[in-house]
Write a protein that binds this ligand. Structure first.
Ligand SMILES: [Zn+2]
Length: 322
């Protein structure tokens, strides 16, 4: 992608779970990457800018997302994204397919909906008046811009009409028809088809299920083969595997704690889960999270993936023997 031809305002439209947010984030990563591959148009994945972007801590990526006052938050000031930025990073990183409801559950706002308020639009303006800190450009990601109220929408429209220099706006919308038509027409529209994220996710879930079943069957040599296969996959694939594994184990943990309300697996997935969970004691889950959580950072640091996945597979193998 020729950056000089990229529109300064892009509207990524995709239904829930379409992967529109990860797509916007990967474009932001590409813009900031200091060692990008301009032939196949990919970020390098290992420069300091990429490392910061993948952790969502790059100082030139800003977020505006719908928020509301959680239980127990006092004061008359309307809440803005920055009040919850740590939580937002955690939500995004742990769950690339984050839904609006997932986010509200994390905010703990009960049955209220989030809003992107005028206070948020003003905060946006304040942040964007500065030069970029580390990159040559700034990226403002607005997740679910349809949650902007009218005054906030009008403020954003003014910003889009006269965008601050070197600033890109990525609007990630599930219901673009709810946006002001004047905002929509200011943006380059990129439809993100459903399933953009789903195929690799399914593959990653199969990978972790296969690992669990090989461990339960006591097939040590096949477990090692599994690790060898995983070690030669791309970094993105490996990170996605880690994310999906964390998600699946979270579900298993909820089942093991007998909290069926918290479980988001369908019936078929729950049936195949039962014999696996029978081998997972309460120690297993925190240790497995720790092992998995350590992997993405090491992948980013370009650590040799072979010992990494061998040790992960060995941990599962030992933990699941009874
Ligand atoms: Zn890079």
């Amino acid at each position: 992608m020729r950056i000089d031809r990229l529109s300064h305002a892009i509207l990524f439209c995709g239904e829930e779970g379409s992967g529109a947010l990860p797509l916007a984030l990967s474009l932001a990563q590409y813009l900031h990457c200091t060692n990008k591959n301009t032939v196949d148009q990919t970020p390098c994945g290992i420069c300091p800018a990429c490392a910061k972007t993948t952790k969502l801590i790059h100082p030139d990526i800003h977020f505006a997302v719908p928020v509301n006052k959680p239980k127990g938050m006092t004061g008359s000031r309307p809440p803005v994204t920055d009040d919850f930025i740590e939580l937002w990073r955690e939500a995004c990183l742990n769950n690339p397919g984050l839904t609006e409801q997932d986010w509200y559950n994390m905010l703990d706002i009960e049955n209220k909906q989030g809003t992107i308020s005028v206070a948020e639009a003003e905060a946006m303006l304040r942040k964007l008046q500065f030069k970029p800190f580390e990159s040559s450009v700034k990226v403002m990601i607005i997740w679910l811009p349809e949650r902007m109220n009218l005054p906030a929408g009008n403020k954003l429209l003014k910003i889009l009409e006269e965008p601050p220099a070197g600033t890109y706006f990525f609007l990630v919308s599930e219901h673009p028809y709810l946006l002001l038509p004047t905002i929509r027409s200011r943006c380059m529209n990129i439809p993100v088809p459903p399933g953009h994220l789903k195929a690799p996710d399914k593959e990653s879930i199969r990978d972790i299920e296969e690992l669990l079943d090989l461990c339960l069957a006591g097939k040590a040599s096949l477990v090692l083969d599994w690790a060898e296969d995983m070690a030669v996959r791309s970094r993105e694939y490996q990170k996605n595997f880690v994310n999906q594994s964390l998600r699946l184990l979270r579900e298993y943990f909820m089942i093991s704690l007998d909290l069926p309300d918290q479980v988001r697996l369908d019936r078929e997935q729950q049936i195949v889960a039962t014999p696996r969970i029978a081998h997972m004691n309460s120690d297993f889950f925190p240790k497995a999270y720790e092992q998995l959580n350590a992997i993405p950072e090491q992948i980013e640091r370009n650590v040799n993936a072979r010992p990494l996945f061998c040790s992960l597979a060995f941990f599962f193998f030992v933990s699941l023997q009874k």
